[in-house]
Design a protein around this ligand. Structure first.
Ligand code: GDP
Length: 175
């Protein structure tokens, strides 16, 4: 017998940002609510999906992870193609990952094929004592560039669901 596919809309989201900021673990949390503590290197998730109900609409969210391509700056146009949402991730404990944001942002704008909603994520909020980027600074960066903004932790799961729901509510108008 065939299992009926019930979702009515399909949304592609992509993860971008420097190596080791937590993109793979955020992806795991988004689609599977898991954390993989010993992934020294990227754990190579390519993508995963999840169905979310909003306003009686069933939305199939597909989250694409770079699987390490960002190390070589070899993210292809195919990665961006058709994406309606991008999550640009930095690590709140490593200043240099925040300094890379403008370059990631310009890639998103250059390679995306249509309107794309960009969410800025300051990951590893569980490591407060090692923080190198203040919330206020990131907030003003986000405002200046018209981005949604959240701090989150892929480790504890803090804000992970909120990010996915918010981005999806935002994008719902588009589908
Ligand atoms: P990616 O290269 O951007 O995909 O990053 P990964 O998801 O592979 O994570 C890189 C490293 O950071 C791994 O050792 C993870 O266990 C760790 N990590 C990821 N997210 C968090 C987090 O929210 N908190 C903490 N404390 N560690 C994290």
């Amino acid at each position: 017998y065939e299992r009926k596919v019930n979702y009515t809309h399909f949304l592609k989201y992509i993860m971008v940002g420097d190596s080791a900021v937590g993109k793979s673990n955020l992806t795991l949390q988004f689609v599977d609510r898991r954390f993989s503590p010993n992934s020294e290197f990227t754990i190579g998730v390519e993508f995963g999906s999840r169905i979310i109900d909003i306003d009686n609409k069933q939305l199939k969210i597909q989250v694409w992870d770079t699987a390490g391509q960002e190390k070589f700056r070899s993210i292809t146009r195919a990665y961006y193609r058709g994406a309606v949402g991008a999550m640009i991730v930095y690590d709140i404990t490593r200043r240099e990952t925040f300094d890379s944001l403008t370059s990631w942002l310009s890639d998103c704008r250059k390679y995306s094929t249509g309107d794309i909603t960009i969410t800025l994520i300051g990951n590893k909020s569980d490591l407060e004592s090692a923080r190198q980027v203040s919330t206020a600074e990131a907030q003003s960066f986000a405002e200046e560039h018209g981005l949604l903004f959240f701090e989150a932790s892929a480790k504890t799961g803090t804000n992970v669901n909120e990010i996915l729901i918010n981005l999806t509510i935002y994008n719902q108008n588009l589908v």
